[in-house]
Design a protein around this ligand. Structure first.
Ligand SMILES: [Zn+2]
Length: 167
């Protein structure tokens, strides 16, 4: 008989099983749009689940994954990035296609990410995915904690702290 090799990973802060801990958080829209009044939203913004426009600025939704050390999982921040008009419309036009071989392009974080400082305007690159994948975001500022953690990983305890935040 084959050995059952599933690894049980528990949180060091509370002993919760890894399966009970939330591994992602998503934002419905960029913070700047979220914070507008209803009237302003209607007048100035166009809001879709993966694409937003505010005046002449353009935003796409993607995921920034942080690997979780000691597990096969990653934590996914489902955030928005401001991108150039050109990259935005290129994405829109090819939305139904496999874009995973397209070159990366530049973006700026458009959400406050709790537990981290100064995330609005943080630089990243966007890697588009296949038809069924959301774009992936890679932080590029060498001085920012998120860039370090995306490269080196985070602890399961830190993942648990994300969902304990009242923000
Ligand atoms: Zn815990």
């Amino acid at each position: 008989m084959l050995a059952f090799r599933e690894k049980i990973v528990k949180c060091g802060c509370c002993g919760k099983d890894i399966g009970e801990i939330v591994f992602d958080k998503s934002y419905k829209m960029p913070d700047e749009i979220w914070n507008l009044s209803k009237t302003e939203k209607e007048e100035r913004a166009q809001i879709d689940s993966d694409l937003c426009r505010l005046d002449d600025r353009y935003f796409i939704r993607g995921v920034a994954y942080l690997p979780v050390n000691g597990t096969d999982n990653s934590y996914g921040w489902g955030i928005w990035a401001e991108v150039s008009q050109e990259d935005f419309f290129d994405y829109v036009e090819n939305y139904e296609e496999d874009n995973s071989t397209k070159p990366k392009f530049f973006g700026l974080v458009a959400n406050v990410i709790p537990s981290y400082e100064n995330t609005i305007g943080l630089e990243l690159t966007v890697q588009l995915g296949s038809e069924t994948q959301r774009p992936e975001f890679y932080f590029t500022d060498p001085m920012h904690l998120l860039t370090k953690e995306q490269a080196e990983g985070i602890s399961i305890e830190k993942v648990h702290s994300f969902s304990s935040n009242k923000s």
